[in-house]
Write a protein that binds this ligand. Structure first.
Ligand code: DGY
Length: 319
């Protein structure tokens, strides 16, 4: 029996899979485990099942010990893992692509609707008890039909968001490291463009690229200024892809019309100016937050763990 440390709360269905084969030590606190607590807990572990709130680096891997074989992140994004540190120690690292694609695209599109149709503003207005009645010019938003969605990062979630946009009558352009499958591009009527062109022609820009050194502040003051003044920015990927201070300034100055954010640069903190602005919809990293999706993510992570402990290849490795 191997020792598997689970660093945060995950669904029982996934824990049961681990317990059927191994000794499991799972953190079950409501709050994230402290760093000191985590460093102590991982000692002697053969496998770690981690959440995106835990940084997996040389310090943590060394605290686990040389017997560690696998780190299975319960997230598709793995910017919390220093993959090179894992590889240097012969530790497999895995993520959970695929199973959260539709749920995350739903939230991206929800934010597009919240921002363009001013749903958050409307809800705040009613809840505040402010008197209102129907009026020709009351809380006017912007239509999506015939407009252009620019998808930055056309992996599975970008494509799923584009599919929703097509159903809403939008044109789709995308920026991506490589061309997507021509059949999918044809189905979506999606055209690949450079980021500059995408920013200039899109009515909604939706971010779906991974976070890393190449995408840190990919969207800053210069890129926001390159967008149309009536355009919207939506981020369901990772907070630091956007320079949050520059975004708050652009929203305040009317450089762009609005934004929808599910992720934040210094999560869970957010730039205080964003809280003062009406033209930004803010939700707390809910992209994958359905019962079905979180269960599927945790099960996939645990299956990856079990595969490595059996000496097999995991289904979704990142190294
Ligand atoms: C992920 O899997 O990377 C998401 O951000 C989790 O919601």
């Amino acid at each position: 029996m191997a020792k598997v440390v689970v660093t945060g709360r995950i669904p029982e269905a996934a824990l049961d899979k681990l317990r059927a084969e191994h000794e499991v030590d799972a953190w079950d606190g409501e709050q994230s485990i402290s760093r000191a607590g985590l460093l102590a807990k991982v000692s002697g572990a053969d496998a770690l099942v981690t959440l995106l709130t835990e940084r997996v680096d040389a310090e943590l891997l060394d605290a686990a010990g040389e017997q560690l074989k696998v780190v299975s992140n319960v997230a598709v994004g793995y910017d919390n893992i220093v993959v090179a540190d894992c590889s240097a120690r012969g530790v497999r690292a895995t993520n959970t692509p695929g199973v959260l694609t539709e749920a995350t695209a739903d939230i991206a599109f929800g934010l597009i609707l919240m921002a363009t149709r001013r749903l958050g503003e409307g809800e705040r207005l009613i809840r505040s008890g402010t008197p209102w009645k129907w009026g020709m010019f009351f809380l006017l938003g912007s239509s999506l039909q015939g407009k252009t969605l620019g998808v930055v990062g056309m992996g599975g979630i970008g494509q799923a968001t584009a599919r929703r946009a097509k159903a809403f009558g939008m044109e789709v352009v995308y920026q991506s490291r490589s061309e997507i499958d021509p059949a999918i591009a044809a189905e979506l009527g999606a055209r690949r463009v450079e980021l500059d062109e995408l920013l200039a022609i899109s009515d909604v820009v939706s971010l779906h690229c991974p976070y890393g050194p190449n995408t840190h502040h990919l969207i800053g003051a210069e890129q926001l200024a390159a967008m149309k003044p009536e355009a919207y920015l939506v981020n369901t990927a990772r907070g630091p892809i956007v320079d949050e201070a520059a975004l708050a300034q652009a929203l305040r100055d009317g450089v762009i019309a609005g934004a929808g954010l599910d992720v934040f640069e210094k999560e869970p903190a957010l730039h205080p100016d964003l809280l003062e602005l009406e033209n930004v919809a803010l939700v707390p990293h809910l992209g994958s937050s359905t019962v079905e999706t979180r269960t599927a993510m945790a099960v996939l992570a645990c299956e990856n763990t079990l595969a490595v402990l059996r000496g097999e290849d995991p289904a979704t490795p990142v190294n």
